[in-house]
Design a protein around this ligand. Sequence first.
Ligand code: AMP
Ligand code: GLY
Length: 425
Amino acid sequence: MKLLVIGSGGREHALAWHLSKLSGMQRIFVAPGNAGTAREAEVMNIHITEPEALADFAEKEGIHLTVVGPEAPLAAGVVNIFRARGLKIFGPTREAAQLESSKDFAKRFMVRHHIPTADFASFTDSAAAHAFVDKQGAPIVVKADGLAAGKGVVVAMTLDEAHNAIDDMLSGNKAGAGNQGARRVVIEEFLEGEEASFIVMVDGKNVLPLASSQDHKRIGDGDTGPNTGGMGAYSPAPVVTPAIHAKTMREIILPTVRGMAADGLPYTGFLYAGLMIGKDGSVKTVEFNCRMGDPETQPILMRLKSNLLTLLEHAVAGKLDQIDAEWDRRVALGVVLAAANYPNTPRLGDVVSGLPDENEDVHVFHAGTQTLDGKILTSGGRVLCVTALGDNVKQAQKHAYDALVGIHFDGMQYRHDIGHRATSR
Ligand code: AMP
Ligand code: GLY
């Protein structure tokens, strides 16, 4: 049976790795993949935002099921195109993916369906945006309306920062600003609390929650410096207690799935709610993503004991109510190794050496890597995610950090405190 994973990051490496170790006769293809996915899958050089080319390949190769990793192909309509051609794919349609691709759409949706989130206003006129920020005061959050790989958000602690962010985003010189057409910013109330990633599978109607996790968005130790796509993650996240889990399902996930169906955009695919959990036990939605998280997927899939293909088959058949997921009780923790100058313009082409031996409990998932003349070179901002299992967070942390000591590439940066919120609880 042939399966296709679309994407080239650590998340897609983890998906391909999980699918390839299932017993059975799977042949896994990854488009376009990286140096790591080349170990467990066949890498196809097709760009993720060429949905017709991906569908041509799936048709020609007789792909049984396609799973989409990142948001860009979803926003480009890959699911619409595959479905129109009778090809099986797991992900949301372009219209449903607006939950991620347009912050403005997501905020209006949440208001309409009474889903808890930060108060907000959205602007295309910069004078009005500046005036609003002056009226509200800092801290305040300024977001570009459009996909920005987690980097189109400025959490402004001062009014100056907020004004600068508005200028950057409305004039379009920041990554992602306005790449959906209209240039718009969403300005939000600053939420306090602890963040967690709550990812579920949705089949249009039924929901299967995956294990909870927590990302580390800032580049620097102690959560300092600019936001990134994520510098490390672990699963489960202890902040997601059974009570918080139940509340999130009741107040956020189920109303979202029902709301999308009621609005005529039934949601299928992975749905990721970024949560802000207040000290008072309140849960608010910081954002939706229409995909699994990266790097959250790496620790989550290391803990998944169920057969992912079976889960995906149930999802595309609309039968997620008939299955549960089983998890390793241990903790998995992944540390991202990033290129020089990430998250700005990362330097590419540095030679990666000293990769450790892997075993059942330690995996090095590749992201921005490529093979050239037998060498592994950096080819993106986030290069590797060294992920390990342990009986508790401290042990998983120790195993992951022990595994990465020998790895080297010039300018390599990583955080030394992944898991700190769990260990300091
Ligand atoms: P987003 O792309 O919307 O997830 O934002 C990226 C990061 O910015 C989030 O993970 C939070 O750390 C932070 N953030 C976004 N919105 C808010 C908010 N309203 N209050 C506080 N922090 C926020
Ligand atoms: N790690 C955050 C994200 O995938 O959006």
